[in-house]
Design a protein around this ligand. Structure first.
Ligand SMILES: Nc1ncnc2c1ncn2[C@@H]1O[C@H](COP(=O)(O)OP(=O)(O)OP(=O)(O)O)[C@@H](O)[C@H]1O
Ligand SMILES: [Mg+2]
Length: 370
């Protein structure tokens, strides 16, 4: 099949890849796509329009996975035939999460197809053994060619298919490398068509690029039903699962997990992860709302006389500009001079918070100052 390159900025096309679009002048916007052969219009019956009330309701349209935090984020479980994109930093635990979600489903008799282009069957088996997963009903396929993956899925028609990850899957019809925008878009669209046609619930795992976007900028987010982000600080144990988009539920819910040697554990009381055991001067406990859940988070602040001309402002889990603004408020409104002090602010547990501090909390930040 022939391919062409389309500019994502202005839609201009070119038979070969160009670094700069000749039409709009934008750099690096040409993305490869296949050209559908124009055939004579087939004779077909006009499409039938039906009233919404005639659409049959499926009895069991949501399946609980057994992981309550995961179900909660999805709005009550996996919706049959839905397409979910699970994004996250490399090594955050995406494959672990999907293996743990698959396990209770498989134990309840659901058939799972786990497609991995990144890891061998042996590697996945090792992880499953560490997590205590037997995997009787979990079928494994080490494949990266989208045609072979969809052929296999067509034969099996599993209840849940996991693609780990979309960046490794490729279509032989495109000449661009796996992971390129064109490949991600083409393979994502083909998976979507398959999932909707066969009613196979599908989870696509995607790595977040260093620019913070799932590669294939935003294109996959538009075609899938649900976008989940798995985030957290890799040096800390906690992980947060967040819905960015959900066609079948609210995007207000979050799921909190703790990573351990035996996999992800659900955290019923997340606040305990975000409060250190010791109480020092300069620490304040604040409430933040994550989704619809209030959390208690300890924020620690420290100042020390600066040895440089330009004092340092170092934050962890807090927006740097927010700290600069709070320091300006302390200087100008409260008359506390911090201009020649290095300031360090840390949210315990590695969580990210936005410091919308009420006046009472601002006063508690005075304590670290000498
Ligand atoms: N023995 C272990 N003890 C504790 N934690 C472990 C152990 N083995 C793995 N982990 C955790 O699991 C994480 C890797 O999980 P996983 O492979 O599921 O992540 P991923 O997001 O799929 O990564 P990738 O981007 O490589 O596909 C590690 O970063 C670590 O936090
Ligand atoms: Mg993985």
């Amino acid at each position: 099949m022939k391919t062409r390159f389309i500019c994502q900025n202005c839609g201009a096309s070119s038979p070969k890849w160009l670094g700069r679009c000749p039409n709009c002048g934008a750099f690096n916007t040409m993305v490869e796509e296949t050209i559908e052969k124009k055939t004579a219009k087939p004779e077909r019956e006009p499409p039938r329009v039906i009233s919404l009330s005639e659409v049959p309701m499926e009895q069991k349209d949501r399946t609980s996975t057994g992981l309550n935090e995961f179900d909660q984020v999805l709005g009550g479980g996996l919706v049959r035939g839905s397409l979910i994109l699970l994004g996250g930093d490399p090594g955050i635990g995406k494959s672990t999460l999907m293996l743990q979600v698959s396990s209770p489903l498989a134990e309840n008799g659901a058939s799972i197809l786990y497609v991995s282009g990144e890891e061998s069957a042996h590697q996945v088996k090792l992880r499953a053994r560490r997590l205590g997963i037997k995997g009787d009903n979990i079928k494994f396929l080490a494949e990266t060619d989208i045609d072979a993956i969809l052929d296999c899925a067509e034969n099996l028609v599993p209840d849940l298919m996991v693609i780990d990850s979309i960046q490794t899957v490729f279509s032989s019809e495109l000449s661009s490398a796996p992971g390129s925008v064109g490949q991600v878009r083409e393979c994502g669209a083909r998976i979507m068509r398959f999932a909707k046609k066969k009613g196979v619930t599908t989870v696509i795992i995607g790595h977040v690029t260093k620019f913070g976007m799932i590669a294939g900028p935003k294109t996959l987010e538009h075609i899938v039903d649900t976008v989940l982000y798995f985030e957290g600080d890799k040096t800390q144990q906690y992980r947060i699962l967040r819905a960015i988009k959900n066609r079948f539920g609210s995007t207000n819910e979050i799921g909190v997990f703790e990573m351990s040697e035996f996999g992800l554990k659900e955290v019923a009381n997340p606040s305990r992860l975000f409060i250190s055991g010791s109480r020092n001067s300069g620490s304040a406990i604040i409430t933040v709302i994550e989704g619809s859940r209030p959390l208690l988070v300890e924020v620690q602040a420290l100042t020390s006389p600066s040895v440089f001309n330009y004092p340092q402002r170092v934050t962890s889990g807090v927006d740097y500009k927010r700290l600069a603004m709070l320091i300006a408020v302390l200087e100008r409104r409260l008359g506390i001079g911090v201009a020649r002090f290095d300031c360090f602010v840390n949210a315990v547990g590695g969580i990210r918070v936005s410091l919308n501090l009420p006046a009472t909390s601002v006063s508690s930040l005075q304590s670290p100052l000498p």
